[in-house]
Design a protein around this ligand. Sequence first.
Ligand code: EPU
Length: 356
Amino acid sequence: MSIEYVDMPAERTDMGGYTLTEHASLATLNTLRVPARTNLLADIRDAAKLPELLDFPAVRQGRLLVLGEGSNVLFTSDFNGTVLLMSTRGVQVENDGDSARIAVAAGERWDDFVRWTLGQGFAGLENLILVPGTVGAAPIQNIGAYGCEVAEFVESVEAWDIHERRVVTLEHATCAFAYRDSVFKHEPGRYIVTAVRFVLPRSRPLCTDYAGIAEELRRMAVDTPAPFHVAEAVVRLRTRKLPDPAVIGNAGSFFKNPIVDAALAGALKLEHPELPAWPQTGGRSKISAAWMIEAAGFKGLREGDAGISNRHALVLVNHGNASGSQLWALAQKVMLGVHEKFGVQLKPEPVVIGAR
Ligand code: EPU
């Protein structure tokens, strides 16, 4: 006789301002759509309730993972701890004039916020349209696309400091922003971002020099682009180049573009003159991970339901029922292959949970 195991329904309790669910499924809470569970899921709608929630012994003593839209995480195992789902909402505009300070709750969807800023006539975030994730996640990895990084517009970040047990405001300089990097990555587990304060101008020179944008604007027959034209061009480019997470599970770029020293960059350029490279400070170079992955023959590779997108080599995709560990195994194979061919160590952009 075979026994069929059925998942027990999870126990869910509304605590006023947040909801607790024991042994909760995370399958719909990560855009790679891998099955995983957490001991406790806390869905927070009111950031003021954070101290109360964090004081529960089970929460205080265990591990903590903050999730927004789950677009930058790979679960290779269940999470043995508490997952905090930031669902806070709200946008507050201060000092509206030639520019405005805009405070946004961490749980707002990034793309909704970008579209709202464009609708209100603000400039700056147009190149960052369609980036998946929440506003609270944006400064953590300093999201960037089409020649623009969010850091440029972040005045400060409000967070709950777990060490100091109080709300802190981290000014721009303290955030230590760099390529896909910030203080929040240097001190993982210390801060829970609760809100981000942006300064957005009403007008500024548009950033259209990133490969593809100017051509797309010409195709759209736009001579004097406004921010919403640039946004439309980026939407067209992204929809063509990147797989849609609503259609196929993915977490955007899975690999960061490595920054290498001048000697290695020079040697690589000699051997592979077509390798795209962008100069950085101190003679270093940021080199294209996608190009190396494609040149190593991994673009479009599929093993079971784990794959590398055939549209963009940086994107790890779940064709259906891949587990997190199958996806991670494929990612490691790609990293090894690129290292063997180019002597460059790729690093994952998302947080990989449970990887050994
Ligand atoms: N390329 C390949 N093969 C590919 C894709 C790209 O050889 O399959 C080459 C292109 O020919 C181009 C170069 O790689 O010369 C750069 O490609 P692309 O413009 O697509 O940018 P990327 O450096 O690969 C970064 C971001 C993306 C962002 C794009 C566009 C990282 C890790 N990724 O990718 O961000 O959309 O620029 O600005 O920096 C994300 O972070 O999730 C993300 C999608």
